[in-house]
Design a protein around this ligand. Sequence first.
Ligand SMILES: [Zn+2]
Length: 639
Amino acid sequence: MALEDPKDATSITRALNRAVLAALPFGDTQDFEDARRGFLGSLPDVEIRNDAGRIVWSLKDYAFLEAPEAPATVNPSLWRQARLNMHHGLFHVTDRIYQVRGFDISNMTVIEGERGLIVIDPLISTEVARAALDLYATHRGRRPVIAVIYTHSHTDHWGGVRGVIDEADVKAGHVEIIAPAHFMEETVSETVLAGTPMVRRAQFQFGATLAKGPRSQVDAGLGKVTSRGTVSLIPPTRYITEPFESHRIDGVEIVFQLAPETEAPAEMHMFYPALRALNLAENATHNLHNAYPIRGAQVRDTNAWARYLNEALDRFASDADVVFAQHHWPVWGNARVIDFLSKQRDLYKYLHDQTVRLMNHGLKPAEIAERLALPKSLAGTWHVRGYYGTLSHNSKAVYQRYLGWYDANPANLNPLPPVERGSKYVEYMGGAEAAIARARADFDKGQYRFVAEAMSHVVFADPSNTEARRLGADALEQMGYAAESATWRNAYLLGAFELRQGHASTVARAPVSPDVLRAMSVEHIFDLLGVRLNGEKAEGRRIVLNWVFEDLARTYVLNLENCALTYLAGRRSDRADATVTLDRATLDRVLQGELPIPEAVQSGRLRIDGDPSRLTELFGLFDTFNLMFDVVEPKRQAG
Ligand SMILES: [Zn+2]
């Protein structure tokens, strides 16, 4: 075995995982029945390729999950969830409602209307969405898609839309796309401005780049992993803007319930009264979700989350025979629907209220995280357990929502940055060798949390210290093996991998897909250019440009001064250095690097009146971001 290979579980990790078997009700197998119920058929291994023949989704590498008993290197509770998430195919949920599961991390729901189909949440990429709709057609016949509904603003609920409909049909009015209020703004703001670090950090959350196996990625909690095909976006044609709205879509009555600031900033639930079915989007799934996903995001409002679930329970649950979400499997039977929803509601309310209570007692985030545990009445309920979110990191998020990142201890107000801090720690610990010797002794005692932290200081002081890297990796790995949360496991195991082997320096995929860029407003584009402006390079420069978008009939003044890029819409400056006249598509092509500015000028797509050098000067001040930045060690390249 090479030193870089994953290791086995230690006796301490084995004991921790064995204890889980005794603590949780593994005899309760209702979830397995529910995950299988209504199965109509699937594809072998769900192996799906793009046009170039590259695999964008496959369950083949997860065959090891057939074993009912967890290996020592996986928490048995997570193993159970990982096996549940292996159920794939087309499932009959109830009259007229079908779901395709296991074709991506999310589910695609299909409702049979009078003339055709209503497709809810077309997965992440076009290839898997098309395959999901084809699977439906194989078993139920080919029918036209009359409407698409996006339940919320996260990519796994809209990215495959071009796999199920043509934009021409949307433009011609044959297909409508329904989404919650502010869908476009939230989609763009969450994934674009902070797109690069979020995509890099998502590798740690989902473990998509990790190998699959008992010593590596087994699941993502919410589903297996994310598909890696073509992300598309067609903007909605109708928005739900009232707290409750009823519409008849292709003959199916749908009561929409807006649930903003919950799992996503723009999200909505649906009740189908005639079908006695409730769809809670992503607010009630078979795990504790995230108040804050570790990929990074704005913190969500867990108090509102509980309130919207309570309203759904109050208004709809007594008339529902089934509740389902856009991840995981449904819950059938009125009594079980009510029980499920009540517990999900109380889970988020408990998380919120108990964190804020302890905060009011003066506890710091790490202290609250250490103290919080599920109430006994919930702890044995599978669907509230932390496969995706954890009480620990979620409670820190609740704290952050109210009080921010600072714990009020002035010693933490302005600490040294990681490299300097690491160096001082190593010095105080008596040098790297002494620190490693102590850490080895602690590792043998199972004190993995502190060993990982101490070795991280050594690595930041000296990234070439192989011994510290290996010991830090070993500690992260054991924590990964014992973690019930798939996202923690993935983070630990990718951290261990990168400490042992480093990481690829580049990846092909751009964080913002061309379709998303096209869907952004000019204001969003200028915001994006603002965060790409290199402040140091911009020192001392003043550039004022008028922008005229002929196709949009809109003008903007873009102003660079004091190393800050600002804009005003609907204005034109008399003192501008130049006026740039173009259409929106040209701007998109320039930004995607398809059309260099001089070529755009030459071909007449972009006209510059005034000093033409100022536009190229401005574009020369923009940074490009490298997705594969260092995470577990000091940043190597300048930037
Ligand atoms: Zn989702």
